[in-house]
Design a protein around this ligand. Structure first.
Ligand code: FE
Ligand code: FE
Ligand code: ZN
Length: 289
């Protein structure tokens, strides 16, 4: 079954229930949210009453909470330990974010591995491993999904080999998974015209059982540009048919697919994008939204 949704908002007053209601408007059967603004670490207390109401409504609407994703804020950077206070802050914030996911009953937390900011890939990977081993605990229910990156700046994790090195260093591997992002794959140099080849490489290097989430985005840039600028489905360099192959790939059946495509004229495009994905027919008027 196609599990499809988008990035949705999460606000102080309506929390998980508000996110769920937004995603229902898009005719989605899953969603992803940040527990606050993606760029900062200001966060609110989780209201257990709202969480309960949201879970009841999910049951009513046949939405499996195990498919819902939280995305950690960008400013967590586990790869750079040049300034120990910032590194420690990232570790502590991630730990709190895991607790928030536990309170919200959310199973998957997507994390950008981080940027090494001049320390080099190998030191960056060591720092990420150290931090994740600090954070992961045996009794937690939350799995951290490392996202494969575009390779802009000094990002770690722009190829499967780097992700594999991180996983190799983690003691509690059952609490680690991977999220691929089609825009990031394209921008880091993977050819989405041959998605089967990409999946085969993923399986050989990391193992397909680690793949728990797919971010489906088109890209504004050519393959290998190392830019990370998302485009609406079918409007970028990857193209509608290549993205459909990812969305409907039989090896990715039942893995949540999340759209993080840009707003059009300040409006969320997700209802229309999910509609064209469900119908498998490109909508040439999407940008007139
Ligand atoms: Fe991301
Ligand atoms: Fe992403
Ligand atoms: Zn991105």
């Amino acid at each position: 079954m196609l599990i499809i949704g988008s990035h949705v908002s999460f606000n102080k007053n309506n929390q998980l229930l508000g996110s769920l209601e937004e995603s229902l408007k898009y005719k989605a059967n899953t969603f992803m949210f940040y527990t606050g603004a993606p760029q900062n670490t200001k966060r609110y207390e989780i209201d257990q009453n709202i969480t309960k109401q949201a879970i009841l409504k999910m049951q009513e609407k046949n939405i499996n909470i195990n498919n819902i994703i939280v995305h950690a804020p960008y400013i967590i950077n586990l790869a750079n330990n040049k300034e120990s206070d910032k590194y420690d802050f990232s570790i502590r914030f991630l730990k709190d974010e895991i607790k928030r996911c536990e309170e919200l009953k959310i199973k998957y937390l997507v994390l950008h591995p981080g940027s090494h900011v001049g320390l080099g890939i190998d030191v960056g990977i060591e720092n990420i491993i150290f931090a994740l081993n600090m954070v992961l605990e045996y009794d937690q229910n939350v799995t951290i999904l490392l996202e494969t990156m575009s390779g802009k700046g000094t990002e770690v994790g722009s190829n499967f080999q780097e992700i594999k090195k991180i996983i190799d260093g983690i003691s509690k591997k059952e609490l680690i998974g991977v999220c691929i992002d089609t825009c990031h794959l394209n921008d880091s140099g993977y050819d989405l015209n041959n998605f089967d080849t990409i999946l085969k490489e993923f399986d050989q290097v990391i193992g397909l059982s680690y793949l728990k989430c797919v971010h489906v985005n088109d890209s504004k840039n050519i393959m290998g540009a190392r830019k990370d600028r998302h485009e609406n489905i079918g409007y970028g360099t990857i193209g509608f048919n290549n993205l459909l192959k990812v969305l409907y790939h039989d090896k990715l059946d039942n893995i949540p697919k999340i759209l993080e495509t840009p707003y059009i004229n300040e409006k969320a495009p997700y209802k229309e994008e999910i509609e064209m994905i469900s119908k498998k027919v490109f909508n040439p008027n999407l940008k007139d939204l």
